[in-house]
Structure formats: C-alpha cells, structure tokens
Design a binder for this molecule. Structure first.
Ligand SMILES: NC(=O)c1ccc[n+]([C@@H]2O[C@H](COP(=O)([O-])OP(=O)(O)OC[C@H]3O[C@@H](n4cnc5c(N)ncnc54)[C@H](OP(=O)(O)O)[C@@H]3O)[C@@H](O)[C@H]2O)c1
Length: 323
C-alpha cells in the first residue's frame, strides 16, 4: 500500500466542507467528543481557522460553504483576511450554496436549524449576503440540495438570473440530496440557457453506504462537469468507532475505516473533488493520508457489501439528531 503516483494526484482532489464547523449543532456522530461543550461563536471560529490552516497545509484548495451553515462564510472570510498568501493564491477555489436559510439562532436545541427556499427572491437575497462576506473569492455558487420536487430546474426567470451570474464569470452548480440524486443530476445536465449548459458543477452524496448516484456522476464528468463528492464518510457513520460491521471489513484490508472510505471516493475516476467534513486538524491529516494510499481494486471494493437501499439510507440520515 505504498504511496504511488496516484497518491499526490488524489491529494489535490481533497476538499474541505464547513457544514460541521459553521454552526454549533450538526448531524455528525462524534461532535461531543471532537468539539466539546464550548460551541460559542469564538470557539467555532477558532476551530474553523485551525482546520482550514491544516487543510491548506495538506494541499486542500477547494473550500465549500453555504448560507445555511450558520457563520461558515463569515469564518471563511475572516480566515482569508488573515491569510493574504492564501487569499491571493490562484489555486484557491471558494464555493458556496444558496437555497437553505440558517434559522438555528446559534442554539443547540433549536426546533429547526435550516429552511429550504429555492425561489428567485431567495437566490437574489442570499447571493448578496454571500458576496458581502466572500466578495470576489466566490468562484462556484451552487443551488443547495436540489430534489426532484424542487422547482429550480424548471423556473425560467431563476435560470436566467443564474445565467446572468455565469456571464459575469461565476461558475454555477447545484448539490443534490435524497434517494433520487441520479435523476436530478441527469435533469440538470439537460438545462441550457442561451444554448449553453448552465450547471457546470454538481455536488452529490456518494459513499459505500449510498453509492447509487455513481453512474449519473460518471455521465456528468464525461460531459465536462466538475463532480464534487460530499458525505464520503456518511456523516461519520464510516468513521472509526461508529459501525462494527464496517470496521471489520476495513480491518480485513488493514486500513482504518475513515481512510478506506475516503480513498474509495477519491478512487472514483469521475470524482473531481472529495470533500472532507473534518472538524479537527487530526481528521484533516487522516484524510490527506488516505489520499496517499494506493489501494488495489479489491481493497477499494471491501466496503461494497455495506451498500443500503437509498430510501433506507436517506430516512436514517433525516432521523439523525442535531448535536
Ligand atoms: N446538501 C448538501 O449540499 C450537503 C450536505 C451535506 C454535506 N455537504 C458538504 O459535504 C461536506 C462533508 O459532509 P459531512 O461533514 O456532512 O459528512 P462526512 O464528510 O461524511 O463526515 C464528516 C464527519 O465524519 C467524522 N470524521 C471522523 N474521521 C474523519 C476524518 N478522518 N475526516 C473527516 N471526517 C471525519 C467527523 O465527525 P465527528 O465529529 O462525528 O467525528 C466529521 O464531521 C460538508 O462539510 C459540506 O461541505 C453538502
């Protein structure tokens, strides 16, 4: 399992997502252990900076935020302001999302933490909020969690507004969620404005428990679309200490579960970026080490038996507690 040539190439494809860092509560498993009790704005801002520093040092260049991730964009802007060498680096890719509002009020026990709104009004309001914080750093703007029932892909005035941003050099993308991600990806590939494909980046959940969107993502990559993998560790379900069955399979390969799961995503030929949801510098380092692994196909296939029915996966996910 030496670090072959694939290792360094894969390392550059590791990205960092801020869903677990921008707000006090989220759905990942071991937050209490990783974050402790202090979820103050200051503590989360400092943690975000430490994880961003570790990620940048490890070669991560793609950073993913969203309006609904609480203060993630603010923390990212604060970090960039303090790192001019990073802020001016041409390889930096800052991505964000619109379409969900953070309504948690910085409370751990909020009834609701985010609300979906895919209207033209939400787009206009949230783009202005993101631009106010991230300015010209914003390179990729994605519609957040498009599902088959979302009106976005059929909303003419909204698609024109997105295309107007494309004309100004902003890359337009979408993220998908739920058991029918593949249908949404394929539908998005068909969307054209002024004869040009509108969505040139797609972010989807792919991991050993829920690999069903894989074929659609291969089609997207073949069409020249940037494919970003999210939830490669199934919100921590594929992390050490979380699933005995999965750990047994990883043990047979002799690779820690989180690194095997991350490498399985990095090994997908259509994966342009694989987002790490790390909340500690140690987790970043483990992700970077996973990218250096050169596992053979048998090893990478070790987790295949874990695949769930998509409907079962997503209903389990929606039942996960915010903590
Ligand atoms: N709809 C959307 O567009 C959407 C939805 C979800 C995520 N995303 C994007 O995808 C990113 C990642 O998703 P995610 O954080 O939900 O799930 P994930 O990457 O599947 O899981 C990350 C969690 O796994 C645990 N973990 C254990 N070992 C780790 C390691 N070596 N590296 C990284 N994490 C480790 C950590 O949680 P513990 O605290 O439990 O240890 C961490 O928060 C998000 O930050 C966001 O940018 C987008």
């Amino acid at each position: 399992m030496a670090a072959g040539a694939g290792g360094s190439r894969k390392g550059l494809r590791l990205g960092l997502g801020l869903a677990a860092l921008g707000r006090p509560a989220y759905i990942t498993a071991g937050r209490d252990g990783d974050l402790g009790a202090d979820r103050s704005v200051e503590a989360m801002r400092d943690r975000a900076a430490a994880v961003l520093d570790a990620a940048w040092a490890a070669g991560v260049r793609h950073l993913d935020a969203a309006r609904s991730y609480g203060r993630a964009e603010e923390f990212l802007a604060h970090w960039l302001a303090a790192r001019p060498e990073v802020a001016t680096d041409p390889s930096l890719v800052v991505a964000s999302k619109w379409g969900y509002r953070y309504v948690g009020g910085w409370r751990m026990d909020a009834e609701q933490h985010e609300v979906k709104d895919h209207s033209l009004g939400a787009f206009t309001e949230q783009l202005a909020q993101t631009r106010h914080l991230l300015g010209d750093h914003l390179r990729l703007h994605q519609v957040h969690s498009v599902t088959p029932d979302s009106p976005v892909l059929r909303d003419g005035p909204l698609l024109r507004a997105l295309a107007a941003q494309r004309e100004q050099g902003l890359r337009i993308g979408l993220s998908t969620s739920g058991p029918h991600q593949g249908d949404v990806v394929r539908a998005a590939l068909e969307v054209r404005v002024d004869g040009e494909p509108l969505f040139t980046a797609v972010q989807s959940t792919w991991n050993a428990l829920e690999p069903s969107v894989g074929p659609a993502l291969a089609e997207a990559a073949a069409a020249g679309v940037l494919v970003v993998v999210k939830e490669a560790l199934a919100n921590g379900r594929l992390a050490p200490g979380s699933d005995a069955g999965a750990e047994r399979l990883a043990h047979q390969v002799g690779v820690p579960l989180d690194q095997l799961a991350l490498d399985a995503a990095l090994a997908q030929p259509w994966a342009g970026v694989v987002l790490s949801g790390a909340v500690t510098p140690e987790q970043v380092a483990r992700g970077a080490a996973a990218a250096q692994l050169d596992l053979d196909d048998d090893a990478l296939a070790a987790l295949v038996p874990l695949a769930q029915e998509p409907a079962a996966y997503w209903s389990e996910r929606s039942a996960r507690p915010w903590r």
